[in-house]
Design a binder for this molecule. Structure first.
Ligand SMILES: C[S@@+](CC[C@H](N)C(=O)[O-])C[C@H]1O[C@@H](n2cnc3c(N)ncnc32)[C@H](O)[C@@H]1O
Length: 206
């Protein structure tokens, strides 16, 4: 991501955060506890929603400009027991079977390879550990929205830090060997129409 994107990210997302994301983040992160990693933490929009049941939190963010914003947000939060890592989702700097929970919000759209990233997330989760996901995804196959997502995707990737409009992340989660325990499909309100289809929920490492 460029300095430009990291500077404007919170401003661009503000209306959608207000309309739905903040509430969804709060609900999704409420059960999170123990040893936790967040993948692609961005500017730290989730930090406020981790409870004191989280014993240790590692926020990973490979982009240096996003990481600066994350450092500031973390310092302001007063959240103890948290640290920041520059690891990417495809190469997580942790032993196998380390984490009780991993959270990833609006990240699978942007990683280089969702399959590699999800296998890596599964590797570092403990057996029975949970992936908390919140992602904008491809619209239904054959729909007009999907056609436009496909058309617009090369441009969007170029201007939005490799963000893909048309990834089938639910399928990628299943293909990586997770069991989806909860899933909700809803429109991201106040987002650009091609970014609106979303999924959120909990997947478990068997
Ligand atoms: C759309 S932002 C989402 C930020 C934050 N998770 C949120 O919910 O607002 C996508 C984030 O994923 C990060 N990212 C991109 N590629 C990544 C990768 N391969 N591994 C981990 N994070 C990545 C970007 O740097 C960016 O911070």
């Amino acid at each position: 991501m460029s300095l430009f994107i990291s500077f404007f990210y919170d401003k661009v997302m503000a209306a959608t955060e207000e309309a739905c994301l903040r509430e969804w983040r709060k609900q999704l992160l409420a059960p999170v506890h123990g040893i936790v990693m967040e993948i692609g933490a961005g500017t730290g929009a989730n930090i406020a929603f981790y409870s004191d049941k989280v014993e240790q939190l590692i926020l990973s963010e490979p982009d240096k400009d996003m990481r600066k914003k994350l450092q500031t947000r973390l310092a302001d939060s007063g959240f103890n027991n948290a640290s920041i890592s520059a690891a990417s989702a495809e190469d997580i700097d942790a032993e196998d079977n380390t984490f009780d929970f991993i959270s990833a919000s609006l990240v699978c759209c942007s990683v280089i390879c969702p399959h590699t990233a999800l296998l890596e997330i599964k590797r570092v989760l403990k057996p029975g550990g949970k992936l908390i996901f919140l992602e904008h995804v491809a619209a239904e196959e054959g729909s007009r929205r999907r056609t436009w997502q496909n058309r617009f995707n090369p441009f969007w990737r170029a201007v939005a830090g490799n963000c893909h409009l048309n990834r089938d992340t639910e399928n990628s989660i299943l293909e990586a060997g997770f069991e989806i325990r909860e899933i909700q499909r809803e429109s991201l309100r106040k987002a650009m129409p091609l970014v609106r289809p979303s999924i959120r929920g909990i997947a478990a490492k068997p």
